[in-house]
Design a binder for this molecule. Sequence first.
Ligand code: CAA
Length: 457
Amino acid sequence: WPKDVGILAMEVYFPAQYVDQTDLEKYNNVEAGKYTVGLGQTHMGFCSVQEDINSLCLTVVQRLMERTQLPWDAVGRLEVGTETIIDKSKAVKTVLMELFQDSGNTDIEGIDTTNACYGGTASLFNAANWMESSYWDGRYALVVCGDIAVYPNGNARPTGGAGAVAMLIGPKAPLALEQGLRGTHMENAYDFYKPNLASEYPMVDGKLSIQCYLRALDRCYTSYRQKIQKQWKQAGIDRPFTLDDLQYMIFHTPFCKMVQKSLARLMFNDFRSSSGDTHALYQGLEAFRELKLEDTYTNKDLDKALLKASLDTFNKKTKASLYLSTHNGNMYTSSLYGCLASLLSHHSAQDLAGSRIGAFSYGSGLAASLFSFRVSQDASPGSPLDTLVNSVSDLPKRLASRKRMSPEEFTETMNQREQFYHKVNFSPPGDTNNLFPGTWYLERVDEMHRRKYARRP
Ligand code: CAA
């Protein structure tokens, strides 16, 4: 099999406009700090009516291909993970084939994969599995994940966002997927789902969704640890796996506070598996050792003790990965990979070289996996790792160049999106100058629901 299959290059796209969460707190008449401190969100990106899931994915793929200067026929597989469904049959992938037209390359496997925020990870696994199989023809794979996360007026609305990430997958990658190490948990839950096909909005049981997320995290971490310890045993290493073995840890990020609690939760798992002389960090946790697991998901005292015990670890391993999520919000399938880009943009190649990055992917309904990347040792200038890190280093600058919109303008846009959702025979109103240069946008939907896109110069 090819060695070190993983991420060679990546590209992140987010909308060119945002609403400030402090403004939104005032507008929604909630207590100051509810969104900015309680949820840990400072800004939320949102799409105009000129953007849909196809345009987001067209933009991010085109930008990745232009930057890497890869010939279009070097791609043999293209997978899309999304839960922003505008057509029950026609895949976003088929729209992306438009980009390959001039190259004549139509021999590209892969379609769309959907289960809430997990589709991007399923696509990444599919791409890696293809590359490690007899069907691999030596070419690269592209994994694209993107979503528009919007909620009706109410408590969930400030946890919206939008964006897309494209990743070039190949062998000898600076971020290699660690083989044999995926801890997965899947079950049937109605925590967040989209049965209403006439609306962009999901049905959400917010509190249940948080419990489902944390329970899935526990299960995935347990099975990941079992698998790595088995590998270690075969290599003659006999000790428990703990958070110390993950230099960085990234999570699907519905809102940033959830991630801080999730990192704390991993520490709680380590604590519960430990006995006797435990880590100094666990000292404040002893009182919670005997709690029934089901009761630990809603215990506020435990929450506080865990956040305190894990603060330094969170700052070291996870905080930097939340930059994009803090400033742009939830990007559903692309959220985890936006976290990866943020992590890379806040560290030097030297810092990252040789480390293990743990990744937890969660999709409501539910499907979840915890897996890991091994970062290559070579951080020299011009190395694949150095090139990858440099390619995302402008993330903070790009975020700062977005346009701040008022809550009134944001609400008006949400109302327009409701009004135009699945409308036919129309051209979305709006000024394309409000989009970043090079952005694809929806030009027209004809009477047969066929969509036509154009690109802003
Ligand atoms: N200052 C500081 N903090 C404040 C505050 C203030 N003035 N007012 C409230 N808070 C805190 C609360 O104490 C609470 O924190 P803790 O949980 O740590 O105690 C936090 O702000 C949230 O407040 P509420 O508990 O009152 O919750 P809410 O009614 O505002 O709803 C939510 C929050 C459930 C997350 C809701 O926004 C929601 O449903 N979001 C969508 C679902 C979601 O994101 N689920 C996450 C897991 S599912 C998933 O991951 C898939 C996905 O992408 C959707």
